[in-house]
Design a protein around this ligand. Structure first.
Ligand code: SF4
Ligand code: SF4
Length: 75
């Protein structure tokens, strides 16, 4: 059976580090970077990339709409 896999891309400079995406990811994919962006915020990134299903929850809940989700079908 095909298993859904996904990947996210965060617009790092527009992320405000609020962590809403991280707590709403059902697969614990997202972590906060140790580094900060130009505004001084710890931005979201794929801490566990293999766990992402491309469900789009994170993109929907991000208050600033800075996450893009890509879906990849695997056999
Ligand atoms: S698309 Fe879904 S599984 Fe992937 S990081 Fe976002 S909330 Fe998590
Ligand atoms: S919800 Fe959006 S602004 Fe907040 S940490 Fe995640 S990517 Fe950044």
């Amino acid at each position: 059976m095909a298993k859904a896999r996904g990947a996210i891309v965060v617009d790092v400079e527009r992320c405000k580090g609020c962590q809403v995406c991280r707590v709403n990811c059902p697969h614990d994919t997202i972590g906060m970077a140790a580094e900060v962006n130009g505004k001084g915020y710890h931005y979201a990134y794929m801490e566990n990339p293999e766990s992402c299903t491309g469900c789009t929850n994170c993109a929907i809940v991000c208050p600033d709409g800075v996450i893009t989700v890509y879906r990849v079908k695997q056999n």
